[in-house]
Design a protein around this ligand. Structure first.
Ligand code: NAP
Length: 312
C-alpha cells in the first residue's frame, strides 16, 4: 500500500458511481475520496466541480480520477486528465470506439501515469477458478445467456440507446469480458443478428455465433426484454464436465454440484488492482471485449423490432 492514500475524484456522479465506486473507495485505505466533478450532482462535505476541466485547473492535489460518465465523451475527459498528469480509471466499456483508446495509452506512458480500463465482471469470484479449470480442459461448446430487464436496470438512461451507448451490449460486454478471460484460446465472430427497436439507435437483443481457431462454437444470447427471473449464465461443456458460471460470475458449479458462491466483491477488486497499478507505475488496457462488440456491429444482420418506450 502507498505511504499516503491516493486522492481520487469521481467524474460523473450517476448510478454506478453511487452504487459501487464510492463504497469501494471508502472501503480501501489506499484511497481517499477527494472530490466530485458532475454537472448536476454533488455529495455533502466533498469538493464539487461542474466538470473535469474545472477540477483539473483548481485541484492539483487530486492524483487520480475515476471516469463514471457514459462512454460517449469519455475519451476527451481521459485525455485531459492524463495530460494533466493524473491516473485514470475508465468504467467499462473503455470507449465509444476502439481506436480512441490507443492515444490514451500513449499519453499515459508519456506522462508516467496509470491508465486502467476496468472490466468489473472479471473480478467476480468464479472467473479465476473457471480460467484455471479450463486451462487444460477440452472444450466442446460455450453457451452464454445474458437476459435482463432494461427498464429495471437502466431506467430513463437515454445515452445507452444513442450511438456509442451500445444498447444490449452494455451488459453483454460484461459477459464478453469474462469469456475472453476464461477461455484458453481466442475466438472470433462468424455471424450475428442484432435487433434494433424501430425508434432506437442501439440494439435491444443480439444473437452472436463465435468460433475459436479449432471450430469450437461459442454462442451468446443477449436480450434486454427479459422480465421475471434474470439470466447471467456462462455454460461451458468440457471433457471434465459441465462448468456453469451463474449470476454474472458470482457462482460456479460443475455438473450441477456447487463449487463456490461469493458475495459481490467486484469493485473492491477493481480498486485493489488500481492501487497496485499506480504503485507499480503500470497501465492495464485489454480491448478484446470491445473488439468483439465492434465486430458484431460490423458483421451483424440488422433486424427491426417493435419500438421501445421506457415506461412499460
Ligand atoms: P448514469 O447513471 O447515467 O450516470 C452517468 C453520469 O455521468 C450522469 O449521472 C451524469 O452526471 C454524467 N454525465 C456526463 N455526461 C453525460 C451525458 N452526456 N449523458 C448522461 N450523463 C452524463 O450511468 P451509469 O449507469 O452510472 O453508467 C456509467 C458507466 O458505468 C457506463 O459506461 C456503464 O456501462 C458503466 N456501468 C454501469 C453499471 C450500472 O449498473 N448502472 C454497472 C457497471 C458499469 P451529471 O449530469 O451530474 O454530469
Amino acid at each position: 500500500m502507498p505511504a499516503h492514500p491516493i486522492s481520487v475524484a469521481i467524474v460523473g456522479l450517476g448510478k454506478i458511481a453511487r452504487d459501487q465506486h464510492i463504497p469501494a473507495i471508502e472501503g480501501n485505505p489506499a484511497f481517499e475520496l477527494a472530490g466530485v466533478a458532475s454537472r448536476n450532482a454533488s455529495l455533502p462535505s466533498l469538493r464539487h466541480f461542474t466538470d473535469i476541466g474545472e477540477m483539473l485547473r483548481n485541484a492539483p492535489d487530486i492524483a487520480a480520477v475515476s471516469l463514471c460518465t457514459p462512454p460517449q465523451g469519455r475519451q476527451a475527459q481521459a485525455r485531459a486528465a492524463l495530460a494533466a498528469g493524473r491516473h485514470v480509471l475508465l468504467e467499462k466499456p473503455p470507449g465509444a470506439t476502439v481506436a480512441e483508446i490507443g492515444p490514451l495509452i500513449d499519453l499515459a506512458r508519456q506522462n508516467g501515469v496509470t491508465l486502467f480500463a476496468t472490466w468489473h465482471s472479471r473480478f467476480a469470484a468464479a472467473v479465476e477458478p473457471a480460467r484455471a479449470f479450463l486451462a487444460d480442459a477440452r472444450i466442446r461448446s460455450v453457451q452464454v445467456t445474458w437476459k435482463e430487464d432494461v427498464r429495471h436496470w437502466h431506467p430513463g438512461q437515454q445515452w445507452i440507446w444513442e450511438p456509442g451507448g451500445l444498447g444490449v451490449f452494455d451488459p453483454g460486454i460484461n459477459a464478453l469480458s469474462i469469456v475472453t478471460r476464461i477461455l484458453p484460446q481466442p475466438f472470433f465472430l462468424t455471424q450475428a443478428s442484432l435487433s434494433f427497436p424501430a425508434n432506437r439507435a442501439a440494439p435491444i437483443a443480439a444473437e452472436l455465433d463465435f468460433a475459436d481457431g479449432a471450430g469450437v462454437p461459442v454462442r451468446f444470447d443477449l436480450d434486454w426484454r427479459q422480465t421475471g427471473p434474470q439470466s447471467w449464465d456462462i455454460d461451458v461443456d468440457t471433457d471434465k464436465g459441465r462448468l456453469l458460471l451463474g449470476e454474472g460470475g458470482k457462482t460456479l458449479s460443475l455438473d450441477g454440484q456447487p463449487l463456490l458462491a461469493d458475495e459481490d466483491a467486484e469493485y473492491a477488486g477493481i480498486y485493489a488492482r488500481f492501487a497496485e497499478l499506480i504503485e507499480a507505475g503500470e497501465s492495464e488496457v485489454d480491448l478484446s471485449p470491445l473488439v468483439h462488440v465492434a465486430d458484431a456491429f460490423m458483421l451483424g444482420r440488422r433486424i427491426e423490432v417493435e419500438p421501445f418506450e421506457d415506461a412499460a
